[in-house]
Design a protein around this ligand. Sequence first.
Ligand SMILES: Nc1ncnc2c1ncn2[C@@H]1O[C@H](COP(=O)(O)OP(=O)(O)OP(=O)(O)O)[C@@H](O)[C@H]1O
Ligand SMILES: [Mg+2]
Length: 371
Amino acid sequence: MGVAVQVEGLTKSFGSQNIWSDVTLTLPPGEISVLLGPSGTGKSVFLKSLVGLLKPEKGSIILSDADIVTCSEAKLYEIRRLFGVLFQDGALFGSMNLFDNVAFPLREHTKKSETEIRRIVLEKMDMVGLAGAEGKLPGEISGGMRKRAGLARALVLDPEIILFDEPDSGLDPVRVAYLNQLIVDLNAQIDATFLIVTHDIGTARTVPDNLGLLYRKHLAMFGPREQLLTSQEPVVQQFLNGRREGPIGMSEEKDVAQVEAEMAALAARGGDQHNGVGPKGATGGDAVPPQLEPSPGLPERRAVRRRQERVARMLHTFDPATAAAIRESLPPDLLARADAGVFASSPDVAGRHRSPDEPPTSVLPGPRGQW
Ligand SMILES: Nc1ncnc2c1ncn2[C@@H]1O[C@H](COP(=O)(O)OP(=O)(O)OP(=O)(O)O)[C@@H](O)[C@H]1O
Ligand SMILES: [Mg+2]
């Protein structure tokens, strides 16, 4: 199971230019999270901070009992091996064929034999649908293939956390659909913690368990997908529906009067035009679209049940629209427990540490003797 990443009060500036302040969020283990935000809001800076390539001046990033912000170089080197990172352009070495590019981290960071390296490289290239392309140079293949090669390289050290920086930029819509399915399928196979930075609304609406939005140098919101997809917050609605109307302008933030005039005009038109990325809800807002599931033949994502337990436990903290959307996603046993108030007194809420191997209590089918 992937590890949780706990970010608390994180603040990053370059000289006198503050990028973002007081960012607090937890990436739940094994779940897929998406981070959105206008260009230049510091999403890539955030990813680089997570892997320790940039040093925030305040706050902490805790994973596996270490704080990436303050730990020693030696510890950082060790922790970095938990991460796989897919950089925006794939960041492949142009003069190396795909095999050598994907093998690179193994040759750099491990003492594995060439036979073992070959086995791992071929396995990962097969996983991302690049079997047979090992001999190609990055310049000879399409952008989509380069991204998949970058992904294969991010996978070779068996990461617990994978960071994707705009994996879908520059791809046509069909390739984006394939890539999204690949991401969900990978998550089902390896159960690692995923964080994806994207500008693609369709991806944001259908792939992740959790959504976040960086805006005006702060994390405007981060939570279960239902929370952002039902949010009435103008900036969240603007982003998730790809509208011109709202607080985000072309090059700078708009003034309040202009935003109010636009929102009034939008309401008078009866809400968004259908933009093809999801069904319309009864209230004029977009309904929460179904989440992508792993391809047939693959295992269930183990994060799904863990997440259901997590959000069932938090159910009472959400506003009614979010709670209603979450309820629709919960199986009857968890709904019954949430309604019976079982979670409020559950020892997990009191902070009992659950071992990763211990099954959640509610999946046990009665007394153990029945197994
Ligand atoms: N190493 C650096 N030194 C100084 N400033 C930097 C550095 N890296 C990034 N910045 C600045 O930080 C800000 C945020 O950049 P970042 O690349 O994280 O934005 P982004 O949200 O990823 O944007 P996009 O969606 O366009 O990729 C920008 O103003 C950028 O110029
Ligand atoms: Mg970026």
